[in-house]
Design a binder for this molecule. Sequence first.
Ligand code: IPM
Ligand code: MG
Length: 360
Amino acid sequence: MELNITCIPGDGIGPEIVAEAKKVLDAVAVRFGHTMKYTDILMGGASIDAYGVPLTDEAIETAKSADAVLMGSIGGNTTTSPWYKLPPNLRPEAGLLGIRKALNLFANLRPAVLYEELAGACPLKEEISAAGFDMLIMRELTGGLYFGERKTVEENGVLKAIDTLTYDENEIRRIAIKGFDIAMKRRKKVTSVDKANVLDSSRLWRKVVEEVAKDYPEVTLEHMLVDNCAMQLVKDPAQFDVILTENMFGDILSDEASMVTGSIGMLASASLNDSKFGLYEPSHGSAPDIAGKDIANPIATILSASMMLRYSFDLDKEADAIDNAVKSVLKEGYRTVDIMSAGCTQVGCKQMGDLLTQRI
Ligand code: IPM
Ligand code: MG
């Protein structure tokens, strides 16, 4: 099969980690008889430097014509980089929000798994981490506060900023369906997270999620307020299977969930639309402080490539080959510096890519 993939190396460590992911994908292609066709586009700071904008229409068109998009990371140091002197709509992050909207990527899947081999890196007490956890945050990605009307006005000499949080029932329904569908393939539990004790958008969220739940009698649904969820994530993460939530809550909770795994450098993500098309990227950022040093952990990007094979191409065996290679290198004791622990062998970004490539 020919896989037509648009790559966004991006900024910071992005180009290094995407290069390693391509290496692993090429090994998958050789072993399973596929052809990988990559087309790179610029986004974020790299695009600002080249074109003055964080995302061009041409780049969007290239991405649209592909089967899937594999991304590294975008953005720079928000206090020192000149990109952050630009108006907000021209900064690197606007490119990411722009491509999410342009490609209608409303469903963001962020798995947070405690790897047995890395349990020592989990910052939680051992009596909590011993239970292990394996959750998936299903975050709505193209609505809510991120895309509502916003403005800053001056009223009677006083500055006032307004952000609008809007959801219609269709937006809620389609993400809820994605959440329940994926729960059916997992442990069949959905925790829908909202702030229904305060927000109208959350009360509508709850109502629509309950309607959707009727079509999934095998799935257990519970509702949880977002502040309680933030607490439960550190108190008892094993209780969660699928967390279904809106854009802003999902942004915050997914960072918290990845932190409790102790290894954000390991966590992949997928952003999907209604078809098989998706954008796949690590859950971590561009880490400008370590860019170019060959010490970044490429595993989150490589696991994102695995998610791409699984969700956009239905290539489960190929995705398993990548996931198993990751498990093997961890078992054999190889670690990048972010997940290093005593008795293990420290390797750089490229070497980690090579080790994984050899195990495909
Ligand atoms: C994320 C990031 C983005 C978001 C930023 C970079 C705009 O934090 O993907 O979680 O808030 O969605
Ligand atoms: Mg975030």
